[in-house]
Design a protein around this ligand. Sequence first.
Ligand SMILES: [Fe+2]
Length: 342
Amino acid sequence: MTIDFDFDPNAVLVDSTTGIEGVNHIGLSVQNLDRVLDFYSAATGFEVIHKESFENDASADILFARNNVKIKTAILRAPNWVLELSEFAHNDSATLTDMPVIGPGMSHTCYQSPIDQPLFEKFAAQGARFLNRHDEPVYSPTYGVSYVYAYDPEGNLLEMEKLDGEQLLKHAGYLDNWDKDNKAIWMSQVSLFTPDRDRLMQFYHNIFRTNPHRIVEVPVGEFGDNLFDIDNAKVQIGWFRLNRQSKVMEILQFLNPPTPQSMIEREPTSLGYSFSLEVSDIEAEYQRLKALGVEFFSPPVKLGRFVQAYARDIDGNIFSLRQPVDSDGPFSVKAYDKRGGL
Ligand SMILES: [Fe+2]
C-alpha cells in the first residue's frame, strides 16, 4: 500500500470533506451487562441515558449478520462522548480473557481527568486491576500526564490519564479549547493496536480524507516498562484528531515486543471494543467505503434510532457507519461535541 498522507497539526476529522461527522460512540460488547454497567457507572459517574433491547427482530439479524440476535444495550454519557455497552445473549458462555496490552486490535479507550481528581481511586474502588509496576501511576513531565492501564471486570483494557497544568490538553497533544471546568472525568480515545501502523493510518486517511496530526517513535524505557509491565517496551504511535477538544484516534504499534497479526475473525457481536463513524448520508458513505475496498457485513439497516452498517477495517477491527434518524437529536456526535463548547 502506498503511503501518501501528510501531517497537519490542525487537522480535525470534523472538518473532513466526506460525509463523516465524527465518531459517534465507543462500543463495548460485554458478557454481563449489569456487572459491567455497574462498574463503569460507579467509577465514572456517567449517567445512563438510554437502555434498549431487541429480540426476534429481522433488522437486528441483518445488521449483526447473525440469526436470532438477542441484544441488550445501555448508553453511558460522558461530558463529551458516550460509551455504549451491549450484551448479546449468545456470548453468555464465551471465555473471558484479558486483552493483551500490545494488541492487536481496539484494545482500550481512555478516561481523563484533571490531576486533582481521584480518577484512579474511583476505578480502583470498583475493582479495576491495574497493570502498572510498583502499584504506581506513571508520570510524564513532558506531557504533564499521569498514566494508568487497568482491566475492567471482564478483562477489557482501559486507560486512565490525569492531566496537569494550565493548558493540560495542549501539553498532552490535544487542542486546548476543551472547557474542563466542572468535568471530573471525560472520554478521549479510539485506540487501535496494529502490526503495521503506517498501513492502518493510510487506511483511515483514505476513509477520513483527513491528515493525522502527529506521529512519534518512542523507545519508552523505564516509563513504558512500568506503564505496560513489559521489559524494554518500544512503540510507535500516530494520531488523528476527532474533534477540536478532547478526542483522538490513536494508532499504536509495539515494536518490542511486536504487536502480532490478529488471528481472530472478529464479528459485529464479538466481545470487546468497537466504534462508529457517524455520517450525514449513510448510503453515500457506504458506497464510497465499499469502493475503497472496505468489507461490510450488511447494507445500511434501520434499527431503533439509527441506520447502521457494520464493517471490518484492514486489521479486522469492527466499526460501523451510523446515521441518527434524528440528525439534530441527543444521540448525535454533534450534540456530544457541543457539550464541550465547540
Ligand atoms: Fe491510549
